[in-house]
Write a protein of this length. Structure first.
Lengths: 322, 198
């Protein structure tokens, strides 16, 4: 395996859990929704032969996951589907279709999401960002041969893809994630992002119509992008789930933290101390159990700063998903 | 309103590579990053054991493994017996080393850039780094460090500036702890390490 893909993640999560790389994707994707590469990971989970923790006996659900019993059933079902069908098909696709063709298709589909990104840039009152998204779409749609080539991200233009969608916009304006969900063909999501993803998927069919509103387009697009995303995420997923004691809970935690970080990032003005998601999330003291009354002697420097007013989701030690 | 693009923000945060980190917390991170590069360069020819031999001592030096274990377990730590506590720390360490050695098994030009400006978080320090990959996207990785034994040790790792390793682990461990207790978690962690070849 090569480090490029998931090394970073691994690093981040301490060797083991390559979260981000594999599941960055915020917005859930409906069958007809624009495909986001980062989503992929979400959709397709792992494939490893590992015992799945039975959770039905747990007396309660984790915080932020009131539908945990349902979600775990969906997750376990998806894992079986992945092992039996999805992963083999995805790796077959990767093997049979040359790399330039696969990346060309991926670029075209991603380019088709740029109008949605643009719309949400505007809804978040970010005209500068919207102009860049527009420029990226124009360059790639013309010089990039209809989106086949992502020339906008090259050093000369420096207009990389920056995902944005209605789920982000809702979060930007303060809508909370709601219950966490794991759904077949959608992957990890939450109520806010699920609804946002549905709205994303309606943009092109409503605004453009043919062919985007036709099943003859949507089904093949969904199949090809699903296989491609699953194949591309394979290494990351292996690393993420390969180091997890409880893959379901690990994926949930990573998804919720990642989304909270992305929303905070949208709200942030500058990466200045005290305003970036990293700063706010780290301003809360670590909750060392040894510092508990009655516990062992406190850890060094357990005298922590006053609690921050950061949103609960951004507190790294108050895992939203428990 | 002006929003600095994420990529640009990372670049700003990353700053120029410091030839020799001056802050003691940054030096801790530097030592880890150096060992990771060495482990990657050792690559497949070193084998799993060879890479573990390279990264293991660096992890013991750079990380406060016992504290990270306690933080990942959470408040129930105090109700776990001393023997199981020791076994948990040992299993957490073993799994961490095995996973690093398993994942950092090849080198293709990657480098780490450590931001020279170390930030303060209460009694802790925050060191931001960027993993530069010539064949992929840059990745922001931040470390939270706490004083330990006269130096600074890593107690949490943040991927993309938002995903905390400790928070993820606490979620990962919660169900098995609740259901099977410390012994079940110890067995699972050791099984994961063994599966990775460690």
């Amino acid at each position: 395996m090569t480090l490029p893909a998931f090394g970073p993640v691994v690093l981040a999560l301490a060797a083991p859990v390559p979260a981000g790389a594999a599941m960055p994707a915020p917005i859930p994707q409906a069958a007809d929704a624009p495909v986001r590469a980062d989503l992929v990971a979400s959709i397709l989970s792992p494939i490893e032969d590992r015992p799945v923790i039975v959770t039905t006996q747990l007396p309660s659900h984790a915080p932020g996951d009131p539908l945990e019993k349902f979600n775990r059933a969906m997750f376990n079902g998806h894992q079986k589907f992945d092992r039996a069908l999805l992963r083999p098909a995805a790796l077959g696709y990767q093997h049979a279709v040359p790399k330039p063709v696969r990346s060309g298709i991926r670029n075209v589909l991603r380019n088709l999401t740029e109008p949605i990104v643009f719309l949400n840039d505007l809804l978040q009152l970010k005209p500068g960002r919207a102009i860049k998204t527009f420029g990226r779409f124009v360059f790639n749609s013309t010089l990039g041969l209809g989106g086949v080539l992502d020339i906008a991200k090259l050093p000369g233009l420096k207009l990389p893809h920056r995902p944005n969608g209605f789920g982000d916009t809702l979060g930007y304006y303060g809508v909370k994630p709601g219950p966490y969900l794991f759904l077949p063909f959608v992957g990890p999501t939450d109520l806010r992002d699920l609804l946002g993803g549905q709205a994303d998927g309606l943009v092109l069919p409503l605004a453009v119509g043919d062919p985007f509103d036709r099943l003859e387009y949507q089904i093949p697009k969904g199949v090809v992008s699903g296989l491609d995303q699953r194949a591309e995420a394979d290494q990351d997923l292996k690393a993420l789930f390969g180091s997890a004691v409880d893959p379901y809970a690990t994926l949930r935690s990573v998804y919720l933290q990642d989304r909270a970080g992305e929303i905070e990032s949208l709200k942030g003005r500058k990466p200045k101390a005290g305003t970036s998601p990293l700063d706010t999330s780290l301003s809360d003291p670590l909750d060392d159990p040894l510092a508990d009354p009655g516990g062992a002697p406190p850890a060094p420097h357990a005298d922590a700063p006053p609690p921050s007013d950061a949103p609960e989701l951004s507190d790294p030690l108050t895992d939203p998903a428990g | 309103m002006r929003v600095i693009p994420y990529a640009a923000a990372i670049v700003m945060v990353a700053g120029p590579a410091a030839a020799q980190a001056s802050d003691p917390a940054a030096r801790t991170v530097q030592s880890l990053d150096d060992a990771l590069i060495a482990t990657m360069k050792a690559g497949a020819s070193a084998g799993m054991k060879g890479r573990m031999a390279k990264i293991g001592p660096a992890i013991d030096t750079a990380f406060d493994v016992p504290l990270m274990t306690r933080l990942a377990i959470g408040p129930s730590w105090t109700s776990i017996g001393a023997t199981d506590q020791q076994a948990l720390v040992a299993a957490f360490r073993r799994m961490t080393i095995a996973q690093y050695a398993d994942n950092f098994d090849g080198f293709s030009g990657q480098s780490f850039v450590i931001q020279p400006n170390v930030e303060t978080r209460g009694g802790d320090k925050l060191v931001r780094t960027t993993l530069k990959d010539p064949k992929g996207d840059d990745v922001a990785i931040a470390y939270r460090l706490r004083p330990s034994g006269g130096g600074w040790k890593i107690i949490d790792v943040f991927y993309k500036n938002s995903i905390s390793q400790i928070a993820t682990r606490r979620s990962d461990f919660a169900a098995i702890l609740q259901k099977g207790g410390a012994k079940a978690l110890i067995a699972h962690l050791n099984a994961l390490a063994a599966k990775a070849g460690g």
